[in-house]
Design a protein around this ligand. Structure first.
Ligand code: HDE
Length: 698
């Protein structure tokens, strides 16, 4: 097959028009509507009937083809990660790694490789919401010159399980319950916690899942991780272990739980819209690619197994080497053709990159190709434009449903001697440039008898859960403990919460006690640990709050106005926000019209009831005396301010709006500032210390 897809042209006939048919009809120069057979359609409003009021005729092939195609528009959704949003962009190598990998995309500084990146939630269906508490998928397809490499990762560096054989159990337990088909897109229910409390190896991941990592502010503010240990292999055949990290240029940012819940009501598509609008406005999301590179001696010296996906390597122990950047600069043209039909597969790797024996990764190497066949319906899904490599694809694989390639000649087998007869003989293998599996026998126990067994250190289920806990700020710890309380409080199987708390006692006594108190249950006995946990040094890199960037770049600031709002102050604020590379969003009681102090009339970006403050990163209350009086009687306005305060956001205000702030229960603190006194700077952070005054956390 050539590197040009048969569908690169936008019309099936390659755009040709026959000379004797007029190119345009009497319809203002628009293209002609046709059937899928290219027959021009004369009437797209009425089906063919026998008489004015008679039955529709079976002969109406235009109607039948249209309805037939429509009936089959949906394809099976992904069994996990069904809800996703994606974008095109590029990866740029910022240094040459030719000494450690022969992978072409890393060899030259400045080399750019096209990518397609899909973010997703895990548990919900394709039509579910964007902001449940859930892990986010972060899948990158690199269209390299040597074929496609897919780095199919998540926004959390560890996973729930150690061995692929447990994956169907995990997914069954977290998805909606089998008999009642709820809850959608959430883990706060019986079956998930029943399973999780019986699976101590999930504890480390549960700590992450209960943290603010799983309620991100935006796809643009999540980190990404390849999770498994992979290998780089250089020209000399030397292999180096590698872990992949994506770091968002805007810094990490998450929401808080109450905000995430309210976002579900305000905008089901919060993350999808955010990604799309950022790219459409030219504010391109960007990440750095960081690597943790290590050898076998390092691996053997660690108190955990680097083949265990429930473990991470602290950055303080092995710092990241930043080797490139990822930029997303183009929205998909068509959601279905691209975002839905893209097929990622961890088995897609290129020469210079190789797998490790991580038993989770090994299972994934089977799963993805298998699932694509049932989801996309044919073994030829790799020919779809979004999946097709941007380098030549040549082999003797033939036929199958929906075959798009039209190979010439008889050479569909190898070896052959057809070339000797002047016929095309087809491609041949290349021992020099072809993919070689890394032969290095490594980690002494990686080979041996056939056993259903795991490495010895896999039995340590709690040390890194404790490490994570100890690396969080008090505010983050309170969020984690409270999430456990929230989730377990939804569990009706009464033995499950104590069983879970019994596991948490192995992580940290304070955590377990707070969860038990929050649930109102007695502190149970500690469950025996398969291997006694050890204390590791805290890793501040694991905390969001300690690593946020003090910037409003890429954020959205809500500005509440009404009739009488000071025109100059509004202009100055909008300008200041734009200068800081953020987006101002003006909210007014009547979207079409607000009459400002100088008599000018402005249109707002959103109507008050439809633009609650959870949609914004900070809130400016820019009201006159008259506007304040009017909005004091407006519950949506009071709620607007109350939620901004409750979600620990900066609130900028005019002196005249004080009564509204008062009614919303706002008390003065560092985040409540006069609009002309440093609001834009104040907007760059959240005010965690406000929280204990507002809600009881565990
Ligand atoms: Fe996946 N996973 N997974 N997974 N996964 C799928 O592939 C699977 C795992 C991840 O945007 C499926 O095309 C198994 C870890 C992402 O299209 C399926 C195991 C990580 C996406 C599948 C895992 C992931 C998927 C479902 C345990 C992070 C979405 C539909 C061995 C490193 C990609 C599909 C996209 C999707 C199987 C565990 C990430 C069924 C068997 C660990 C981001 O093949």
């Amino acid at each position: 097959m050539s590197d040009k897809s048969p569908f690169d042209t936008d019309r099936g006939n390659g755009g040709e028009t026959h000379q004797h048919i007029p190119a345009k009809g009497p319809h203002d120069g628009l293209d002609h509507l046709t059937t899928n057979q290219g027959i021009r359609i004369s009437d797209n409003q009425n089906s063919l009937k026998s008489g004015t009021r008679g039955p529709t005729l079976l002969e109406d092939f235009v109607l039948r083809e249209k309805i037939f195609h429509f009936d089959h528009e949906r394809i099976p959704e992904r069994i996990v990660h069904a809800r996703g949003s994606a974008a095109h962009g590029y990866f740029e190598a910022t240094e040459s790694l030719s000494d450690i990998t022969r992978a072409d995309l890393f060899r030259r500084k400045g080399e750019k490789t096209p990518v397609f990146v899909r973010f997703s939630t895990v548990a919900g269906g394709a039509g579910s919401v964007d902001t449940p508490r859930d892990v986010r998928g972060f899948a990158v397809k690199f269209y390299t010159k040597e074929g496609n490499w897919d780095l199919v990762g998540n926004n959390i560096p560890v996973f729930f399980i150690q061995d692929a054989i447990k994956f169907p159990d995990l997914v069954h337990s977290v998805k909606m319950e089998a008999d009642r088909a709820y809850p959608q897109a959430g883990s706060a229910h019986d079956t998930f916690w029943d399973w999780a409390s019986l699976m101590p190896e999930s504890t480390h991941m549960l700590m992450w899942a209960m943290s603010d990592r799983t309620i991100p502010r935006s796809f643009r503010t999540v980190q990404g991780f390849g999770i498994h240990t992979f290998r780089f292999v250089n020209d000399a055949g030397k292999s180096t272990f590698v872990k992949f990290h994506w770091r968002p240029k805007l810094g990490m940012q998450s929401t808080i739980w109450d905000e995430a819940l309210k976002l579900q009501a305000a905008d089901n598509d919060f993350h999808r819209r955010d990604l799309y609008e950022a790219i459409a406005s030219g504010s391109f999301p960007e990440w750095e690619l960081g690597l943790q590179l290590f050898d076998e001696d390092f691996a053997n010296s660690q108190p955990y197994d680097v083949l265990d996906s429930t473990k991470l390597i602290p950055e303080e122990v092995l710092p990241l080497r930043i080797v490139g950047r990822l930029v997303l600069d183009r929205n998909p043209d068509n959601f279905f053709a691209e975002t839905e039909q893209v097929a990622y597969c961890p088995a897609n790797i290129v020469p210079g990159i190789d797998f490790s024996n991580d038993p989770l990764l090994q299972g994934r190497l089977f799963s993805y190709l298998d699932t694509q066949k049932s989801r996309l319906g044919t073994a030829n899904f790799h020919q779809l434009p979004i999946n097709a490599p941007k380098c030549p694809v040549m082999n003797f694989q033939r036929d199958g449903q929906m075959q798009m390639a039209v190979p010439k000649g008889r050479a569909n087998y190898e070896p052959n001697s057809l070339a000797a007869h002047g016929e095309p003989g087809g491609p041949r293998e290349c021992p020099v440039t072809g993919f070689h599996t890394d032969e290095a026998a490594s980690l002494s126990q990686e080979q041996g008898d056939k056993l259903r067994i795991r490495g010895e250190l896999f039995a340590d289920h709690y040390s890194q859960a404790r490490l994570f806990w100890k690396s969080q700020t008090p505010s983050e710890q309170a969020h984690i403990a409270s999430s456990f309380v929230f989730e377990l409080s939804k569990v009706a199987l009464e033995e499950v919460p104590p069983r879970m708390v019994g596991n948490l006692l192995n992580v940290d006594r304070d955590l377990a006690t707070r969860v038990a108190n929050g649930l109102g249950i007695d502190l149970p006995k500690k469950n025996p640990a398969a291997r006694e946990p050890i204390d590791m040094d805290p890793s501040p890199a694991l905390s969001i709050q300690q690593n946020m960037k003090a910037t409003i770049e890429g954020r959205r600031i809500g500005i509440l106005i009404a009739d009488g709002t000071d025109a100059k102050a509004l202009e100055a604020l909008v300008k200041a926000i734009r200068n800081a590379k953020a987006t101002p969003f003006v909210v007014a009681p009547r979207v079409g019209k607000a009459k400002l102090s100088d008599g000018t009339v402005v249109k707002a970006d959103g109507q008050l009831a439809g633009s609650p403050s959870q949609l914004f990163d900070a809130a400016a209350v820019l009201l006159s005396k008259e506007g304040t009086e009017m909005l004091l009687k407006e519950a949506a306005a009071v709620q607007w301010v109350m939620d901004a305060y409750g979600h620990l956001k900066a609130i900028g205000h005019t002196a005249e709006s004080a009564p509204l702030l008062q009614k919303a229960g706002v008390e003065p603190d560092a985040g409540v500032v006069a609009l002309d006194k440093g609001f834009v700077d104040a907007a760059a952070r959240r005010y965690w210390d406000r929280e204990p005054k507002l809600r009881t956390l565990a």
